[in-house]
Design a protein around this ligand. Structure first.
Ligand code: BG6
Length: 368
């Protein structure tokens, strides 16, 4: 059942193109985005004046990624919050607040309690869930299912990519209802998303270099991850994977914060993974990151750079260059996350750990 793979997680990493395609299927018809169990009317969506995304772990990171897209497309403020913090701080919620609860299992107690709290305050709740009929979708006003298929590996991979795609569909549905995007723009964004399974397949074809790097890094004491814009949550996710699977100290930082503290951690030989934005998309972001890399390289860090193929400016600063296909900026997390998953899995394997069942973790945590 592992399809020739040593671990479910490795199989699930390979299934990501299918997970994405299955999640998007059926959601664009007659020129419009359609959500599934939609018990929210177009008018309800038009009335939304604020969005919260609540989730835990990797699902939370999928929300952090989506914030960039949803704010850009809808001009609605989007707050992304850890479910375990959300309900204990008296968040400002009312009928016109849309709470998007993202959960692979649909059973995570922290997220479920956040949903209950939101509904008590009359907010509308839309669940993004991978498990049919789970508790969180049952208690929500509307559901958008990710169709990643069962995920056995405790550390989320294909469900995470599917969550990003589903969150983006929510953003496009809001933009469509609010009219902040013309129908042809919504269609274009959807078609760009629909091209992503192929881009992910391309990345999966080039993982040997990442695996070799993983074996080299298996004795590292710590690894840092840096990114900006949508690359920042990718850095957080890369660090989380490494903690979960390899029990290694790993931290993700917004690259701009480096100078405000974390740069003090840089010492000779420390591996630092940098997620580069496209040089064509946001030139300013790109040049800022190039200067961040040069700063850490000057202090002796071992720079591991994930960059778009053909990005020559970054080459002199990369001790190791991992290339990913050129895709629109907002969609880059769907490709840049993949090498980080492979890296963490390979480091864990080299250390002799069971990547499907990391110590102390459970696939779905049903206590608060
Ligand atoms: C954690 C899992 O306990 O729960 C993570 O180890 C997962 O992989 C997180 O991202 C949230 O789970 P769910 O099911 O709510 O998406």
């Amino acid at each position: 059942e592992k399809g020739g793979h040593e671990y479910f997680m490795l199989k699930e990493i390979d299934e990501q193109p299918t997970a994405l395609a299955d999640t998007l299927r059926g959601h664009f018809s007659d020129g419009r985005i359609v959500l599934d169990e939609q018990r929210l009317s177009d008018q309800d969506l038009r009335d939304v004046d604020k969005v919260f995304v609540v989730a835990c772990g990797s699902a939370y990171h999928s929300g952090l990624v989506a914030k960039y897209a949803i704010e850009h497309w809808t001009r609605l403020p989007v707050e992304v919050e850890l479910a375990s913090e959300f309900r204990y701080r008296d968040p400002v919620l009312d009928r016109d607040t849309l709470v998007v609860a993202v959960s692979q299992s649909g059973e995570t107690a922290d997220t479920l309690e956040a949903v209950r709290h939101a509904r008590e305050q009359k907010a509308r709740v839309l669940a993004v869930c991978n498990t049919n009929g789970a508790q969180i979708p049952r208690e929500s006003d509307a559901v958008l299912y990710t169709h990643a298929g069962p995920e056995i590996g405790v550390a989320s991979t294909k469900a995470f990519l599917a969550q990003i795609a589903a969150n983006y569909l929510v953003g496009l549905a809001l933009a469509q209802a609010r009219g902040t995007k013309y129908p042809d723009e919504v269609a274009r964004e959807f078609h760009e998303l629909a091209a992503m399974p192929e881009a992910v397949r391309q990345v999966l074809g080039t993982t040997e270099q990442v695996k070799a790097l993983g074996r080299e890094l298996s004795e590292a004491k710590a690894v840092l991850f840096l990114g900006r814009h949508v690359g920042y949550p990718v850095a957080l996710e890369g660090a989380l994977k490494l903690k979960e699977l390899a029990y290694m100290h790993a931290e993700g930082f917004a690259a701009g914060e480096l100078k405000h503290g974390p740069i003090a951690l840089i010492e000779p030989g420390l591996p630092v993974v940098v997620v580069m934005p496209s040089p064509k998309g946001r030139a300013v972001l790109h040049s800022k990151l190039v200067s961040n890399i040069s700063e850490i390289q000057a202090r002796g860090a071992r720079t591991i750079v994930i960059a778009e193929e053909g990005d020559e400016t970054v080459r002199p600063f990369a001790d190791e260059l991992i290339e990913i296909p050129a895709v629109p900026t907002l969609l880059q997390p769907l490709v840049s996350t993949v090498p980080l998953q492979v890296l963490a899995a390979e480091i864990a394997r080299s250390r002799g750990y069971d990547v499907d069942k990391p110590r102390n973790l459970a696939k779905s945590v049903t206590v608060e």
